[in-house]
Ligand binder design. Sequence first.
Ligand SMILES: NC(=O)C1=CN([C@@H]2O[C@H](COP(=O)(O)OP(=O)(O)OC[C@H]3O[C@@H](n4cnc5c(N)ncnc54)[C@H](OP(=O)(O)O)[C@@H]3O)[C@@H](O)[C@H]2O)C=CC1
Ligand SMILES: C[C@H]1O[C@H](OP(=O)(O)OP(=O)(O)OC[C@H]2O[C@@H](n3cnc4c(=O)[nH]c(N)nc43)[C@H](O)[C@@H]2O)[C@@H](O)[C@@H](O)C1=O
Length: 328
Amino acid sequence: MADNTGSEMKSGSFMLEKSAKIFVAGHRGLVGSAIVRKLQDQGFTNLVLRTHSELDLTSQSDVESFFATEKPVYVILAAAKVGGIHANNTYPADFIGVNLQIQTNVIHSAYTHGVKKLLFLGSSCIYPKFAPQPIPESALLTGPLEPTNEWYAIAKIAGIKMCQAYRLQHQWDAISGMPTNLYGQNDNFHPENSHVLPALMRRFHEAKANNADEVVVWGSGSPLREFLHVDDLADACVFLMDQYSGFEHVNVGSGVEVTIKELAELVKEVVGFKGKLVWDTTKPDGTPRKLMDSSKLASLGWTPKISLKDGLSQTYEWYLENVVQKKQ
Ligand SMILES: NC(=O)C1=CN([C@@H]2O[C@H](COP(=O)(O)OP(=O)(O)OC[C@H]3O[C@@H](n4cnc5c(N)ncnc54)[C@H](OP(=O)(O)O)[C@@H]3O)[C@@H](O)[C@H]2O)C=CC1
Ligand SMILES: C[C@H]1O[C@H](OP(=O)(O)OP(=O)(O)OC[C@H]2O[C@@H](n3cnc4c(=O)[nH]c(N)nc43)[C@H](O)[C@@H]2O)[C@@H](O)[C@@H](O)C1=O
C-alpha cells in the first residue's frame, strides 16, 4: 500500500516481479549503469533503456510518446545533468533548467501512464550549507544552500517535492533517495567538469605517466566529504524499490568522511604517484562538510559494504582498463 506519511513500508513486491518492465533512465551514466548491473545480477529480465540521443528526456512530447508506447511498470530516474563544483558553478542555467525539465517530464508521464512505482534520485547538496552534522532528512529547507550548487539543489528539491505532491494528491508510489558523493566505474573523468575523485585519479595517473613532480589540487584541502561506491548505491536503490514506500526522502551514505587532503593522499597512493601536492586556493571549497545521517536507511535494514580503499583500487583498475587502454 502506498503511504502518505512515511510510517508504512512496502514489503517485497518489487523483487518478486523479475519480468516486470523497468525503465532505468540514464543507464550509461555512473549510477544508471550500476543499477542496470545490479538488476541484471538479481535476475530482472525486462529492462527498457534509451540513450540520450535515442530519447531526449528534456522533450516533453518525446517522453510522453515513450511512456505511451513502452508502458513501463517501474521507473528508476538516474538521468540528470551532473557535474562537480566547477561545472555547477559555471553552468547554473543548465543545472537548474535541464534537471527541472527531465524530472518533471519523467515523473509526470510515469504517473499518467500507470507506472506502479518510481524512484527519484537527488543528492546531499539539497541540504543547507551549515546543516547539523550528520545531516538528518529533516534538515531539508531549514537554511540557505551552498552557493556553488544551489541551482542544481533547487531542481533536486523540486523533484523530492514533486514525488511527495503526487503521492499526496494521487496516492502514487513515488519515492526519493538522496545519495552522498559517489564514485566507481563509468564515472566522468573530465579534467574540469567532473567530481573530485575521478578528477584526481586522472590527474595523478597522467602526472605519473609524464613523470611530473607535482599535482595541483583545488581549494584548501580542508572540506570534508563522504564517499559511497556506486555499486553500494545501486544495491540501496533496489532495496528501496522493494522495501520503502514512504513520503520522506531517504539519505544514502557510507557514514565515512575524509578531508579532501586525505582523499588526495589516498588516491595518490592507489595510483602510485610519488610527487607532491600543490593547493590551488583560488578554486572554491564548496560546503565545508556534508556527512549524511543514514540511520533511517540502516533501520530499514540496509548498510553499505565497500570500503573507500577497496573502492578506489577497483575504480583505478577499471580506469586503466577502460579509459587508459582504450585511448592507446
Ligand atoms: N555522481 C555523484 O557523485 C552523484 C550523483 N547523484 C545523482 O545520481 C543521478 C545520476 O548521476 P550520475 O550517474 O553521476 O550522472 P552521469 O552524468 O554519469 O549520467 C547521467 C545520465 O543521464 C543521461 N542524460 C543526461 N541528460 C539527458 C537527457 N536530456 N536525456 C536523456 N538522458 C540524459 C546521460 O545519458 P547519455 O549517457 O546517453 O548521455 C547519462 O546516462 C543524478 O540524479 C545525480 O543527481 C547523486 C549524488 C552524487
Ligand atoms: C555530489 C556533489 O558534487 C558537487 O559538490 P562537491 O561535493 O563540492 O563536489 P566536487 O567533487 O566537485 O568537489 C569536492 C571538493 O573537492 C575539491 N577538489 C579538489 N580538487 C578537485 C578537482 O580537481 N576537481 C573537483 N571537482 N573538485 C576538486 C573541491 O574544491 C571541493 O572542495 C555538487 O556541485 C553537486 O554536484 C553534488 O551534489
